[in-house]
Design a binder for this molecule. Structure first.
Ligand code: NAD
Length: 277
């Protein structure tokens, strides 16, 4: 089996650098898909209250027969629960739904800057962290201005910032900001939900290395030291996305892929996204 490297977070917790994302996997399909990932060797699952499949992720971890401590599970606070007490209750529901007695990583899913005060929300996450029921806390879709406020006004620095990153949106400035503050960067939609897969630069590199375009793209993320969790419900793709540790991209390949950046987000802009479910 391929050995997945781990990244050490700023509080010493280790996270597998490659995981499995379950966004847009129907609850009814989630147990089977997650079991395929765990059978393949993935030991890191990225879910969220918003995805509606936390119960099924917990069930798959139990059905896999793996020890709870051998699978790293992330979930996220949904946008409607940013008020301090709502956040505390939402975390309890997440743990209940997963039927876990602790979570590995809990994130604020979106900053929602026009809706409320994410600094107060973060203090709720700090409280949960101090209770010992989560190993690490972090944020998702936070911009430098949002992070600066957390770093200046609160005590626990976020362990991760989970943001949209792919070859058409490499986010080097925000990644550098994260790194400069010992915040690990996680790349969501790492293959831009498939939109980069026909790119000629990527397909040329893939052909030369006898790999798929998805593999080349995921390898690019790993060599930048970001954490990724591609999503697929197709066993062959789940396996393909895990076979990333027996080849390497050259510096020239890396630079050519990064140069594809053209400011193309697939998702919303965190500064203006204020969606309440
Ligand atoms: P992704 O970039 O992982 O793309 C997934 C899609 O690409 C799949 O639906 C599948 O059709 C296709 N695909 C996957 N592997 C393939 C392969 N080998 N060959 C061809 N096609 C392939 O997109 P995503 O699911 O949006 O992102 C991954 C994970 O990131 C999510 O599941 C979720 O956990 C997380 N995420 C987080 C946020 C956030 O706001 N924090 C937002 C979006 C996604």
């Amino acid at each position: 089996m391929n050995a997945v490297p781990t990244v050490t977070l700023n509080n010493g917790v280790q996270i597998p650098q490659l995981g499995f994302g379950v966004y847009q996997i129907e609850p009814a399909a989630t147990v089977a898909a997650t079991l395929v990932a765990l059978e393949t060797g993935y030991r890191h699952i990225d879910t969220a209250e918003m995805y509606g499949n936390e119960k099924e992720v917990g069930q798959a971890v139990r059905e896999s027969g793996l020890a709870r401590e051998d699978v790293f599970v992330t979930s996220k606070l949904n946008n409607g629960y940013h008020a301090h007490n709502d956040a505390l209750k939402a975390f309890d529901r997440t743990l209940d739904d997963l039927r876990f007695d602790y979570l590995d990583l809990f994130l604020i899913h979106w900053p929602m800057p026009a809706v409320g005060d994410f600094v107060d929300t973060w203090r709720a996450l700090e409280e949960i962290y101090r209770s010992g029921r989560v190993k690490a806390i972090g944020v998702s879709n936070f911009q430098p201005d949002h992070l600066r406020r957390l770093l200046a006004e609160t005590e626990v620095a976020p362990a991760v910032n989970q943001i949209e990153i792919h070859p058409y949106f490499p986010q080097d400035e925000l990644r550098a900001f994260d790194a400069g503050h010992r915040i690990a960067t996680e790349a969501w939609s790492p293959i831009a939900q498939g939109k980069v897969l026909d790119d000629p630069t990527l397909t040329d590199i893939a052909r030369r290395l006898n790999r798929t375009t998805a593999q080349v793209t995921l390898r690019w993320h790993l060599q930048r030291n970001d954490i990724v969790f591609p999503k697929s419900v197709t066993r062959s793709r789940v396996e393909e996305n895990f076979a990333l540790f027996d080849f390497e991209l050259t510096e020239a390949d890396m630079a050519a892929i990064t140069a594809l950046g053209r400011g193309d987000r697939t998702g919303p802009d965190p500064d203006t996204f204020n969606y309440l479910p």
